[in-house]
Design a protein around this ligand. Structure first.
Ligand code: PLP
Length: 483
């Protein structure tokens, strides 16, 4: 006999759904209101998580609230709070409430954002918001195009598949690709995914400012041509993840034009800085790229997952990704009605444009500009504080809201080895306290601390408190050393 209770249809009663939903909204709102009072770092081993969470497939139903309470008590608290004001590492995820609700709507209505016919408004909204981004970055709005992806990694991959197809056609056995030693690892990953061998990848050294060395770049390209290889693409960084450094975009654009190479810019975290006056200057030339990755889930304050690829000519995407299977025959439509499954890798796609649209409409671009400008200034103020202090040394100055520094008190004459160890331990101790998320990176062989200040909730007081804690940890170690 077929049972007719609600659970057979995976349903709740109307009242249950409302109560359940309101409860979740209350939890989310409470989180937005109180996150700064929580600790941003979650520390748990596999063993601890196993003992908390591992279980057999649950066969029988449980009351919805029981499951929800368990999640709220044990699962949510065991994750880092990436939107916490003292979450300084890696690249924070500041997010915003409107977009969280927009994502809830998009999921609630389960809107299929693959083809025009299944959701004309969703496709149109992706075109509209993409046009906003094209305009912001100085790309042509009629001819240009783009696609929202799960993140920067997928945007970089989508860009390279497109670049390979447009520049190399079907034979890329001799193609070579160029990027700096500071380029994000997702680029190398993407290059490997598209089937390039190690011998086809050129990692170009950077100069003392962590910019790609133009002379070395030109020399390597010339040498590859002499050897009968086919240079086809340069990847520049517009905001390296380590130091926020922007490669010399104008010069690279010119090289790409004269050499007939594809110019891809990875501006995943840093691209958004174009909305500040200072950032706009640093990103000069960004509009000359053939393709540009930006990550709205970083500095455009969107919740995960949202990346974006912009291209100069939208037909590059359709000619790279269009397949015409018989089962999609009925929904092909005309050319102006874009099927985004023809512009990228995914067929079934969530409705990412909605959160970008709703948050921009609600807050206005002006608010985004202010937030990004605030972040840029915050990093500069942090640099000023560090420069004045006798404990700290700047390794890489505030650039696109990233700053690198290390504990190196004057008159101590500590060896490089000791400095590495002390700075590593400062980060370790801070993380163990769970009070702030601040990790190290390595620059020119030195272990340094790195702050990425793209969260508008972060204040100078948060930074000062964190630095004081770090100084105390540093001092502790100096005492240990002198004993
Ligand atoms: C974060 C980042 C990426 C990867 O983006 P995901 O959204 O994490 O996939 C790529 N490039 C740069 C420069 C980044 O900062």
């Amino acid at each position: 006999m077929i049972e007719d209770d609600l659970s057979t249809k995976l349903r709740l009663s109307k009242e249950e759904m409302q109560q359940y939903g309101y409860k979740i909204i209350d939890h989310i709102v409470d989180h937005f209101e109180t996150q700064h009072t929580k600790r941003p770092v979650a520390l748990a081993s596999r063993k601890e998580m196993d003992s908390l969470l591992a279980e057999e497939v649950p066969n029988h139903p449980l009351p919805p609230n029981e499951v929800l309470d368990f999640v709220m008590n044990h699962i949510i608290p065991n994750s880092n709070i990436v939107s916490h004001p003292k979450s300084f590492s890696f690249v924070p995820g500041p997010s915003n409430y409107i977009s969280v609700m927009a994502d809830t709507l998009a999921t609630g209505f389960n809107i299929f954002s693959g083809g025009w016919a299944s959701s004309p408004a969703a496709a149109e909204l992706e075109i509209v918001t993409m046009n906003w981004l094209l305009e912001i970055f100085g790309f042509p709005t009629k001819k240009g195009g783009g696609i929202f992806t799960s993140g920067g990694s997928m945007a970089n991959l989508t860009a390279l598949v497109t670049a390979r197809r447009i520049k190399c056609g079907s034979d890329f056995s001799k193609a070579t690709i160029y990027l700096s030693d500071q380029a994000h690892s997702s680029n190398i990953k993407a290059i490997k995914v598209i089937g390039f061998k190690k011998e086809q990848i050129r990692i170009v050294p950077t100069d003392i400012e962590f910019k790609i060395s133009l002379n070395k770049l030109k020399n390597i390209i010339a040498r590859d041509r002499l050897e009968g290889l086919q240079p086809f693409c340069i990847i520049a960084s517009a905001g390296t993840t380590n130091t926020g450094t922007v490669d010399p975009l104008e010069e690279i654009a010119t090289i790409c034009e004269t050499e007939n190479l594809w110019f891809h810019i990875d501006g995943a975290y840093g691209g958004a800085a174009i909305l500040s006056n200072e950032g706009k200057k640093l990103l000069k030339g960004i509009q000359r790229a053939d393709s540009l990755t930006v990550d709205p889930h970083k500095w455009f304050f969107q919740p995960y997952e949202m990346g974006c690829l912009l291209v100069k000519d939208h037909s590059w995407l359709s000619s790279t990704f269009t397949e015409k299977p018989e089962y999609l025959r009925d929904i092909e439509g005309n050319e102006s009605e874009i099927n985004f499954y023809d512009h990228g890798i995914q067929l079934t796609r969530r409705f990412r444009a909605l959160k970008f649209y709703m948050s921009l409409k609600t807050f206005g671009l002006e608010s985004f500009k202010k937030a990004i400008t605030y972040n840029m200034e915050l990093a500069e103020q942090t640099e000023a504080i560090l420069r004045k202090s006798k404990f700290w040394e700047i390794t890489s100055p505030a650039t696109l809201a990233i700053i690198n520094f290390r504990y190196n008190p004057i008159h101590q004459n500590l060896s490089e080895e000791m400095l590495d160890q002390i700075n590593q331990n400062i980060s370790k101790k801070l993380i163990a306290s769970r009070d702030a998320l601040l990790v190290t990176t390595i620059l020119q062989g030195q272990v340094v601390l790195r702050m990425c200040l793209i969260n508008p909730r972060t204040t100078l007081v948060d930074i000062k408190n964190t630095l004081e804690k770090c100084e105390a940890y540093g001092e502790e170690q100096l005492l240990e050393l002198s004993n």
